[in-house]
Design a protein around this ligand. Structure first.
Ligand code: ADP
Ligand code: ASP
Ligand code: MG
Length: 416
């Protein structure tokens, strides 16, 4: 069994769907589990729907209509007017409207998951029909009944035991399947999501639970590059890297792989490939145990939209274990992800992500005990395997904080 994952960029329009079919025709990976994300930027568009819903905005119906029109335009290019897919997709929009009109829960994260999950439900139905109309024999699966999680909506944690049982008992080893990335369900069978960009992780979960032969994620780039092509020119394809290197790169923000993807694959040493859906027969990047970095060269990673918080004691006393423990309990309470830590005798700095919009609450509570200074919207640059010339590649923005280990140089810089 192999696992193939197609992300939003690969299915962003009708040509994309046709191209996925072409990739499968060229690579013939049967038996396969295909994991698909929502089409294009659908998840962002559904986030707008959630926002409009909570703000009781007049734009709510219009924002749903945008998502509906986008999908129906794609379907119209791929299927005859009489195809079953029209009523199936229409039914999802009916269910979305029904959910929003009947919902009583004030829990934003819960409503978010019930809403944005429609993106993957719809894309998987469309892709499944298209492939089966083109000589494939693929069964559609509802990932929500297979991947069991806790109810930490928007960032749910996988219940491995329950998921492994469901997946291994529900799938036959000689059949082909298609399912949704990003989705799971909690104990009460409410839909959960695994964190933005979480479809790569879904592919790894299925591979782990099925002891798959390999996982391939199909991207709009040649593979893992030594720098994010959106911010750096002249990038080089990394032909081969170890799980460890890939975990480090993903953790620091190389968004080509979701950071949670690597651990399950590494545990069972399942070979992992990142390839281009535009050149499916090219080798791409191969990730495996202990593989040397080939070619050996510095890797540049940028995390944007970070915040740097520096706290210092009000009375010039040292920030010791108790103070640090208090700071971390607040970071945990406000679900802030910490990407870099630095301390001196009387100050403590953290570079954080504020996915759940808790920055002002965090700062307010920290200010009770400490003097708090902060910079919003800074960028965190990480250079793995840096050398003497590495810094030249980074524009000389104001550096607020710098840290080096033997392998890695990190800098928090002010955005221009
Ligand atoms: P998906 O369609 O699966 O969601 P993503 O858009 O999340 O794919 O990931 C692919 C993108 O990741 C690329 O288009 C590129 O802009 C970005 N990226 C960031 N860092 C790297 C890197 N080191 N190598 C390749 N791509 C990278
Ligand atoms: N559709 C989800 C997102 O855009 C998950 C994914 O694409 O991986 O975040
Ligand atoms: Mg994506």
């Amino acid at each position: 069994m192999r696992v193939f994952k197609f992300g939003g960029a690969s299915v962003k329009d009708a040509e994309g769907i046709q191209n996925v079919c072409h990739v499968l025709q060229q690579t013939r990976p049967t038996p396969v589990v295909i994991v698909v994300s929502a089409m294009g930027k659908t998840t962002n568009a559904l986030e707008v729907v959630v926002k409009n819903y909570f703000e009781k905005s007049d734009e709510l119906q219009h924002s749903i209509q945008i998502v509906r029109d986008y999908h129906f335009e794609i379907i119209a290019k791929l299927f005859d007017d009489t195809h079953l897919v029209y009523s199936e997709v229409e039914n999802y929009f009916f269910k979305l409207n029904q959910f929003l009109s009947q919902n009583k829960s004030p829990n934003y994260n819960y409503v978010y998951d019930q809403t944005v999950s429609f993106g993957e439900m719809i894309s998987s139905v469309i892709l499944c029909h298209y492939l089966n109309d083109n000589d494939f024999d693929i069964e559609w699966l509802d990932a929500r009944s297979l991947i069991k999680t806790d109810n930490n909506y928007r960032d749910a944690n996988v219940n491995w035991e329950a998921s492994e049982k469901m997946i291994s008992e529900s799938l036959q080893k000689n059949k082909n399947y298609i399912t949704q990335g990003f989705l799971g369900s909690d104990e009460n069978n409410f839909t959960t999501t695994l964190g933005r960009e979480g479809s790569d992780y879904t592919a790894a979960i299925f591979a782990y639970c099925l002891n798959a032969e390999s996982v391939t994620i199909w991207k709009d780039v040649a593979g893992v590059l030594n720098a994010d092509p959106r911010y750096f020119e002249n990038t080089t394809l990394l032909e081969q890297i170890s799980y460890r290197e890939a975990i480090e790169l993903a953790f620091y923000g190389a968004s080509v792989i979701h950071p949670k993807t690597l651990q399950p694959l590494q545990r069972k040493e399942i070979p992992f490939y990142v390839k281009s859906f535009l050149n499916p027969t090219e080798k791409g990047t191969s990730i495996s145990k202990g593989a040397d970095l080939v070619p050996t060269l510095p890797c540049y990673i940028v995390k944007k939209n970070q915040h740097l918080i520096s706290v210092s004691s009000k009375d010039f006393s040292f920030i010791m274990e108790e103070g640090i423990s208090f700071i971390f309990s607040l970071l945990d309470k406000y679900k802030t992800k910490v990407h870099l830590i630095q301390n001196s005798a009387i100050s403590f700095s953290v570079c954080i992500d504020d996915k759940f919009n808790n920055l002002s609450n965090l700062i307010e509570e920290l200010s009770d005990k400490f003097v708090v200074a902060y910079n919003q919207n800074v960028a965190l640059y990480t250079i793995r395997h840096f050398d003497a010339n590495s810094l030249d590649k980074i524009e000389q923005n104001t550096i607020l904080l710098k840290q080096t280990t033997r392998e890695t140089l990190q800098m928090v810089v002010l955005e221009k």
